[in-house]
Ligand binder design. Structure first.
Ligand SMILES: NC(=O)c1ccc[n+]([C@@H]2O[C@H](COP(=O)([O-])OP(=O)(O)OC[C@H]3O[C@@H](n4cnc5c(N)ncnc54)[C@H](O)[C@@H]3O)[C@@H](O)[C@H]2O)c1
Length: 249
């Protein structure tokens, strides 16, 4: 891993929110950027790509459901053919389907576990051989504070995000010998479309529990992700870095 200007960086869920900020952060080093999303339309992704291209960045976007092993494998096969190296994978795609367990359907459980956790397996498995052969790389998985402390109405989401932490630590052990570091970033309460839908009362309740007394910005998370993929963090693996304003310490 080196801070050259030619790293290829794949960001799942890169069309908007945290993933978009991560893309903009890597653009500052002139990385080649690949965005994957599954929004109903390509609009947000195109907007992000336009911003990147305006900065002279080589960037591509793909709409694919990476919770499907088939779809993810197929897309990553294409990406590996197109790019000589995959230097960084940021597993950031995620969804919520919140409700109390009493009301949670099997579908709500399965959807969240599939998109948030299985996609991390699908994408990591798709790049790990290539990264191992190139003997270097960085993987950052986006977990959540909720995976650590739980949350009312989010048992499916919390389980998926706690799963990411266990997966991260296991893969970190498996590939350390290949010079690959694997870490997780666990954001707290970040201002994106995902949190826009939280009712005002619940938001106020959250804010009261955050020592900094405010929501985080996607850029706060992007900075931690970027740092974990830099030479400055080359001796760090299997960690969960919390970016949460002190909500959990
Ligand atoms: N916003 C927060 O407060 C917060 C807090 C903790 C963790 N997170 C996590 O950070 C990540 C990004 O969150 P965000 O707030 O930017 O969300 P967002 O809703 O703004 O963006 C989600 C992204 O994931 C993509 N995606 C969803 N399902 C997909 C699928 N099946 N295949 C491919 N892409 C898919 C979407 O297309 C989009 O690009 C998520 O994993 C989320 O759980 C967010």
């Amino acid at each position: 891993m080196s801070d050259t200007n030619s790293r290829t960086v794949i960001i799942t869920g890169g069309s908007k929110g945290i993933g978009r900020s991560v893309a903009y952060r890597f653009a500052e080093e002139n990385a080649k950027i690949v965005l994957i999303h599954f929004d109903p339309s390509d609009d947000a992704c195109n907007e992000t790509l336009d911003q990147l291209k305006a900065k002279g960045i080589e960037a591509d976007g793909y709409r694919a459901d990476i919770s499907s092993f088939e779809a993810a494998s197929q897309l990553f096969r294409e990406l590996l053919e197109k790019h000589d190296n995959i230097d960084v994978l940021v597993n950031n795609a995620g969804i919520t389907r919140d409700t109390l367990l009493l009301r949670m359907s099997e579908e709500m459980w399965d959807d969240v576990l599939r998109v948030n956790l299985k996609s991390v397996f699908n994408c990591t498995k798709s790049v790990i051989r290539a990264m191992s052969q190139q003997r270097g790389g960085a993987i950052v998985n986006i977990s959540s504070v909720v995976g650590q402390i739980g949350n009312f109405g989010q048992s499916n989401y919390a389980a998926s995000k706690a799963g990411i932490m266990g997966f991260t630590k296991s893969i970190a052990r498996e590939v350390a010998g290949r010079g690959i570091n694997v870490n997780a970033v666990a954001p707290g309460f970040i201002d994106t479309e995902m949190t826009e839908v939280i009712p005002e009362k619940a938001k106020e309740n959250f804010l009261r529990q955050i020592p900094f007394g405010k929501m985080g910005k996607p850029e706060d998370v992007a900075e931690a992700v970027y740092w974990l993929c830099s030479d400055a963090a080359s001796y760090i693996t299997g960690q969960v870095i919390h970016v949460n304003g002190g909500l959990y310490m």
